[in-house]
Design a protein around this ligand. Structure first.
Ligand SMILES: Nc1ncnc2c1ncn2[C@@H]1O[C@H](COP(=O)(O)OP(=O)(O)OP(=O)(O)O)[C@@H](O)[C@H]1O
Length: 322
């Protein structure tokens, strides 16, 4: 039996690419018709049979699943394979998987990690569901922060711009990502950041998103969730879209300070602590070490009242990302 070991990445410092600004208008796609099958990356084959893949290493573990580095034998191309396992009673994981498949079938953007194929019951584990995805060899922004601790404002600006373009694309398709956080922002070999993981995403059908949230139902971390998701009564619900902007603000601030920014040093971002941060005090503190443009960007993302928070369109025009 072969034992797969977790791949050791980042032995050399990873560099984020700092591309020249991309005109936002280039990626506006209000009339984009959804694709009907999972999007393959341009030029890459659709993988039709699971046996064409050979597992090489474990890339990471998430809620209910494992991600492997795999080789597509006939083309010698490398992909990432995410396997979600359904044990008896794991309704949450099943719901997550169904949602993820529905949404992956719709998306095709340079700012979103591409899914090439989906397999049901591939035999990796009982009742599993597997996604073959574009391999992001730089790992996640979380991995990058572990090795580099902080990013420069130029790097944060490049990350924020790509995430905004990705969120813009998704929102145009009425998709709320709902889980923007460092471990869901992946980096490819060119240092480009893309959005991944649609496990808690929603397709909005009129009237916004009704999140069913409680400390128990919150899958993964709640740390990047917006005030209106924590306390819908106080903030009158929210439309879902503004929550992605809040999460981006938390991520950008984390890249600057080098640790989760909404709680004190060493304090766990658990439900009661976060609830206090969201409910007390009017404004989020942004550090004076940030430049005026960055401070202004953060303040517009971290506006507690979602109706006053910046929209993605507004942020795409903000000097910090231009
Ligand atoms: N396409 C990919 N290419 C390379 N590495 C990946 C890819 N997708 C995921 N990974 C790695 O696998 C890890 C686990 O990913 P997964 O999406 O299962 O969970 P997560 O986002 O870390 O956590 P959660 O399930 O709580 O959202 C990621 O943190 C990342 O390091």
């Amino acid at each position: 039996m072969t034992t797969l070991v977790r791949e050791r990445r980042h032995q050399q410092a990873l560099k984020l690419s700092l591309p020249p600004p991309i005109p936002a208008s280039k990626f506006r796609s209000p009339t984009n018709a959804p694709a009907l099958s999972p999007a393959a990356s341009p030029g890459s084959p659709v993988i039709e049979n699971f046996v064409e893949l050979e597992k090489l290493a474990v890339l990471g573990h998430g809620n209910g699943g494992t991600v492997y580095k795999v080789l597509h034998k006939s083309t010698s191309s490398i992909y990432a394979l995410k396997v979600l396992r359904f044990n008896d009673g794991s309704d949450g994981v099943r719901r997550q998987a169904t949602r993820e498949v529905e949404i992956l079938k719709l998306v095709d953007s340079p700012f979103v990690v591409r899914c090439c194929s989906v397999f049901h019951n591939s035999g990796v584990a009982a009742g599993d569901l597997s996604f073959v995805m574009e391999y992001m060899e730089g790992g996640s922004l979380q991995d990058l922060l572990k090795s580099q601790k902080t990013l420069s404002e130029r790097e944060i600006s490049a990350v924020a711009r790509r995430v905004l373009l990705g969120i813009h694309y998704l929102h145009d398709m009425q998709i709320v990502h709902g889980d923007i956080k460092p471990s869901n922002l992946l980096v490819n070999g060119e240092g480009e950041v893309k959005i991944a993981d649609f496990g808690v995403s929603h397709l909005v059908e009129g009237g916004g998103v009704a999140w069913n949230l409680s400390p128990d139902s919150c899958m993964g971390t709640c740390a990047y969730m917006s005030p209106e998701r924590f306390d819908p009564e106080r903030w009158s619900g929210g439309d879902g879209f503004a929550g992605d902007v809040w999460s981006l603000g938390v991520v950008a601030l984390e890249c600057h300070v080098g640790r989760f920014p909404l709680t004190g040093t060493g304090q766990r971002p658990d439900w009661p602590t976060l609830m206090c941060v969201m409910c007390f005090g009017e404004r989020m503190e942004v550090p004076e070490t940030a430049s005026p443009e960055f401070r202004s960007f953060l303040e517009r993302c971290l506006e507690k009242d979602w109706r006053k928070r910046a929209t993605v369109d507004e942020l795409l025009e903000h000097p910090f990302v231009n």
